[in-house]
Design a protein around this ligand. Sequence first.
Ligand SMILES: [Zn+2]
Length: 206
Amino acid sequence: MAGSSRAVPAALTLTTADGAPVEVRRSARRRRTVAAFWENGTAVVAIPASFSRAQEHEWVHRMLEKLRLQGERGTRGAGRRRPRSDAALAAHAAELSAKYFGGRAVPSSVRWVGNQNSRWGSATPSEGTIRLSDKLQPMPQWVIDYVLLHELAHLLVAGHDAAFWRLLEAYPDTARAKAFLEGVSFATSRGLTPGDDDDVDGPPVS
Ligand SMILES: [Zn+2]
């Protein structure tokens, strides 16, 4: 936290849709562009100092929406999302098992791991344990859900036979998520990195 006596008028206290604090930063150096990014859990929207209150209002809302979508799409940058806990992951796994597998897949533990270099997830059916690579964390939720369902399905069917894939047909995003992960692997293996599009063109400022 910064200094002790920084008064923030209540009317200007903004939060993102999921409750993170928002800071609007006016910059005299900024002429035409607006940017939004995460900084220590705060959503920062940087705008030109010359913006009117109406422009500020419009652009702050627009950029917060952009940040939110970025979070959903899970693009770049560590720290854009808050870290997810193993407890939340286990609870989510139980929900997915109930929704798609009639609750038949019951893992004994579900946790994030940081040392899976080549696999997105793994399961040990004899022990009922599931591990997901933390590289999945910035990815869209529907991709994480696919990997989680894939590993939950392995608690019911060990191999990748027809019975296994029939289980996953219940999840509508299976094909899309497989393609997404193939794309990530393709890009990673070729050292492709995403461009930086944090700065978008703002309105012309006279
Ligand atoms: Zn598998």
